[in-house]
Design a protein around this ligand. Structure first.
Ligand code: HEM
Length: 339
């Protein structure tokens, strides 16, 4: 199976449902030319635009650019329609459930501060910002589990315990008990940050202190901080920083959920990624449910796993064989039935 394609569809469905209350059904709808099929394809194109030395699309629109623009416009239309429903629900006095409904409520309180256009743009932005990154993070987690059978065994045992025979989290409280699966997610994102660099610009002259040194930046200077693991090898912060060790996230000195500073992959400061917790939940769910049902085995027949930056930093040649897992709990239950 194409793991990345499935994961991109999964994160798209989760984001669109949570943010705008719409079921895109992109995991099942793979044929035809509708939004569920075309939306997962826009991210690579967006990534190419980010990396392009010349913003040619401002003057010349190639067929691929026209397709990209049409798909984003269609997503925007969809969110505008959802905004009408969101506004109606909030006007009827219902408490906001989605992000769009919360924005609709804020807009109704003070449209001068938050217009309908702002609210729709914010939701489109969130959907685009969160989809590729999170899918790539889940794919990297599956890669690490496929090459670390011991970690995989621990995830499976925890998932069997927490998810039970259903194999899926039946209530949100179960998620907080998937601690090892979440640690696997954190550790994979630490080693393979899926946003490997940021692009910033100094808005005024600034001096950044660095011990005895200082870095002087003039207003307008472009800065591209590297978020890659190689730029974060402080072994006080992360002992043996190159090793895949999910357990480091379970120790008492591990970074806490809201403690952004030691963990660069989600940025830092006022622009810190607002989707971090959702991304971790999505990755934790993938890790736990896949290991609950399957044993992952690395398949390197297409070559070694590599990295490719599109919109996010994606694994290439990610071959994984999935073997049905033997379920200890089911086996115990069946054994009971036979005796
Ligand atoms: C593993 C998954 C993710 C990674 C690695 C990631 C990483 C990042 C990074 C590095 C930034 C820039 C932070 C900065 O400038 O300091 C960012 C910003 C942002 N992220 Fe994420 N992100 C992920 C998932 C998500 C999700 C799921 C959403 C939404 C549902 C999201 C929404 C955003 C938004 C809206 C911004 C812009 C924030 C701003 O400029 O104020 N991200 N993310």
């Amino acid at each position: 199976m194409d793991v990345l394609d499935d994961l991109m569809r999964y994160t798209l469905v989760v984001s669109t449902a949570l943010l705008a209350g719409h079921d895109l059904d992109a995991v099942r709808q793979r044929d035809g030319d509708g939004l569920p099929r075309r939306l997962p394809l826009v991210f690579e194109k967006l990534g190419r635009r980010i990396a392009s030395p010349v913003p040619y699309w401002r003057w010349v629109r190639l067929p691929a650019d026209r397709r990209l623009d049409a798909t984003v416009a269609e997503l925007r239309d969809l969110i505008e329609q959802q905004y009408v429903h969101a506004r109606r629900r909030v006007a009827e006095g219902q408490a906001p459930v989605t992000y769009l409904e919360a924005l609709a409520e804020a807009s109704m309180d003070d449209a001068a501060k938050l217009s309908e256009q702002d609210a729709v743009s914010a939701v489109v932005n969130m959907i685009v910002a969160g989809e590729d990154n999170t899918a790539a993070a889940a794919a990297w987690a599956m890669h690490y589990l496929a090459i670390h059978p011991e970690a995989q065994r621990k995830v499976r045992e925890e998932a069997e315990e927490v998810l039970g025979d259903d194999g899926f989290p039946s209530d949100p409280a179960a998620l907080s008990r998937l601690r090892y699966a979440e640690a696997v997610g954190n550790e994979s994102i630490r080693l393979r940050p899926t946003s490997p660099f940021l692009i910033m610009q100094a808005v005024h002259d600034i001096t950044i202190p660095d011990g005895a040194d200082a870095l002087r930046l003039e207003a307008g200077t472009l800065v591209m901080p590297l978020m890659t693991h190689a730029s974060d090898v402080d072994d006080h912060k992360y002992p043996d920083p190159g090793a895949f060790e999910p357990d480091r996230w379970l120790s008492s000195s591990a970074p806490q959920p809201n403690d952004a500073s030691p963990f660069l992959p989600f940025g830092g400061g006022p622009r810190f990624c607002p989707g971090r917790n959702l991304a971790l939940i999505e990755v934790t769910m993938v890790v736990a449910t896949v290991c609950r049902h399957f044993v992952l085995e690395a398949d390197t027949t297409s070559g070694p796993v590599g990295e490719r930056v599109t919109f996010a930093m994606m694994p290439t040649n990610l071959g994984i064989r999935l073997h049905p897992a033997e379920h200890r709990r089911l086996d115990r239950r069946n054994a009971g039935a036979h005796t």
